[in-house]
Design a protein around this ligand. Sequence first.
Ligand code: ADP
Ligand code: ASP
Ligand code: MG
Length: 402
Amino acid sequence: MGLIVQKFGGSSVADAQRVMNVAQRVLDTYKQGNSVVVVVSAQGDTTDDLIEKAKEINPKASKREMDMLLSTGEQISISLLAMAIQKLGGNAVSLTGWQAGMHTDSNYGTSRIHKIMSERLKKELDAGNIVIVAGFQGINKYDDITTLGRGGSDTSAVAIAAALGADLCEIYTDVDGVYTADPRIVKGAKKLDDISYDEMLELASLGANVLHNRSVEMAKKYNVKLVVRSSLNHNEGTIVKEVNKVEKMLVRGVARDNDVARIALVNIVDEPGVAFRIFSLLAKKGINVDIILQSIGREGKKDISFTVNESNLDAAVDLLNEHKETIGFEEIKTTSEVSKVSIVGAGMVNNPGVAASMFEALYDANINIHMIATSEIKVSVLINEKNAEKAVNAIHDKFHFA
Ligand code: ADP
Ligand code: ASP
Ligand code: MG
């Protein structure tokens, strides 16, 4: 008995039958004597459909209006789920982000939660209600609706769990837990019983969208007990937690990210300050740069290439072209036909052979590597997008994950 936060993703509430299934599950948890807060996402493909609707009208719609539109998806889900619970005889109340006190910064489309005013949540729980909160949304200092970025409902759930000091935060989705690779791409992917916050954070940041990366960041910061499991069965899920040293695996999982584009600046003058000029310019505009590669200088010239999110490609290119003279490059080359494939594992830090094994797997599969980046717990490679699934499978096979 305690306070439990349960989050249900879009596929878990995709149609009336699934909504009733979730309602029953939530009610069962409540009847076991727990206080329950439920966070839900928009049904099925609703968010994608809303984005399409906006594009038909204005492909360059302002971010504020996009947030106003996208937040409606979750509002449908919360009311339907409350109705479903009421139909089963339970007491439920639905709350939008602002009603639940979810205060965010003002970055429309990628807002961060900075505080939760939890009075209303507590009041409803004290009244014996199952409280259903719209995920993915909040309110900023202008009283405008904001959204947290795609997949952000996970973060709403963890933030509420942290604010209320919940005993457990369960993320219900359409797979049984966190796997060694996306089970939709790799047939032999294995479910993990547990994974450390750090490894999960890397996997999520590198493209394993089973959890929103900020939700993991927040769970680690506030020590929220997090479980990922399926809403369609009662199998035990994956526990995300602090894992001590002995349990550290060499390689925990393989992730793929297709939302990557590469920019190459060709024939830049080879002098001090060039990298500073390029990357401070991009940073000022809030464009995040990931892998960076610089060639050796030749005849006073060099090349610098780097990756950005695909959605930032056009803005980055426009910006660089505007400053072509001051940066001093001759040509700019871009491609979005690339993917980043990564391995993650807290145990790889002292094992130089791990990266070599990954490269061998790619070599055996005849896949060319464009860029490489490493850190203590990950190795990432940039490859052609068309090879990404083959690469994930080849690398996964190499490490067995026995
Ligand atoms: P939800 O709508 O419940 O939030 P998501 O689609 O956001 O669900 O996340 C679940 C999906 O994440 C799975 O269907 C799976 O294809 C994908 N996924 C990617 N990497 C992994 C992984 N390592 N383990 C489990 N699922 C993964
Ligand atoms: N509905 C939002 C999305 O599709 C948020 C979420 O599902 O977590 O990104
Ligand atoms: Mg999700």
